[in-house]
Design a binder for this molecule. Structure first.
Ligand SMILES: C[S@@+](CC[C@H](N)C(=O)[O-])C[C@H]1O[C@@H](n2cnc3c(N)ncnc32)[C@H](O)[C@@H]1O
Length: 250
């Protein structure tokens, strides 16, 4: 997959493919990250990328000319592609959006700075607007890096069997179950017995029950969107009973 990021801070964005799963995927050629600096598409001696807002007010706005040229050069290079502007005014990023993106050949991610970008860039060249959440960052780079990481780990073969994305939170509409590793006991907390039993069927059932229970407790909104099987309902019921029993005991 080819990911192009239009940013005033290419070095910052490139650091996302330096390490870990994404770094390995890049080395193996599964993902190619190309950073484009709109400054390279300016024509004045100062390489100006921003200007004062029409109508007055604080701050600066990113100029449309160098942004349009950057986007169009990337569209030409990539062929059919989608341009996503990272903005607090966009659709909140969800796992299913990253999943769909991981299934296309390329994407252009556009990062704003200052007060944002000239609205006409959005009118002319932006296909979708995505947000990292209901807060304001000083630039779109962190959001773009989040997208690069989240999408790359979903590419076929990016993750080994051991860290498969299939059981991650949100991949099947539930939060992930809790995880434990050595040592068996730390301070006064022990690993749940079932995980030491070697009985894979019981372990699978326990994990499913925990995933259902956690989603119910922490993200009832996520659980509401899921059609639960009869078996899942029984497991969730069990989970709730166990919680009530442990509350009575303590
Ligand atoms: C200081 S912000 C501009 C915010 C803009 N004036 C507003 O209130 O909508 C500068 C840039 O950071 C990026 N940005 C800020 N918060 C973001 C968020 N929650 N998600 C994605 N990008 C964000 C956008 O690219 C934006 O153009």
């Amino acid at each position: 997959m080819q990911i192009s990021v239009i940013t005033l801070f290419p070095e910052l964005v490139k650091s996302v493919i330096a390490e870990g799963v994404v770094g390995r995927a890049a080395k193996r050629g599964l993902v190619e990250l190309n950073c484009v600096n709109p400054r390279d598409y300016t024509e004045d001696i100062h390489r100006t990328v921003d200007d004062r807002p029409y109508g007055g007010g604080p701050g600066m706005v990113m100029r449309p000319d160098c942004l349009l040229k950057s986007i169009r050069a990337e569209r030409k290079r990539l062929g059919e592609t989608k341009v996503v502007y990272l903005t607090p005014q966009g659709r909140p990023i969800k796992q299913d959006m990253l999943k769909s993106l991981s299934e296309v050949d390329s994407v252009v991610l556009l990062c704003g700075r200052y007060e944002g970008i000239d609205e006409r860039v959005i009118d002319l060249e932006v296909d979708e607007e995505w947000s990292l959440g209901d807060f304001v960052l000083s630039g779109g780079e962190l959001a773009a890096m989040v997208v690069v990481d989240g999408v790359t780990r979903l590419l076929p073969e990016a993750l080994g069997h051991d860290d498969s994305a299939l059981e991650d939170s949100f991949s099947d509409g539930l939060l992930d179950h809790p995880h434990y590793t050595r040592p068996e006991k730390i301070e006064d907390l022990e690993v749940p017995e079932v995980l030491l039993s070697g009985n894979h069927q019981h372990i699978k059932k326990w994990r499913r029950k925990q995933a259902l229970g956690r989603t119910y407790l922490r993200r009832p909104d996520v659980l509401q969107e899921k059609d639960l099987s009869k078996q899942d309902m029984v497991l969730l019921d069990d989970f709730m009973k166990e919680i009530k029993t442990s509350e009575v005991k303590s």
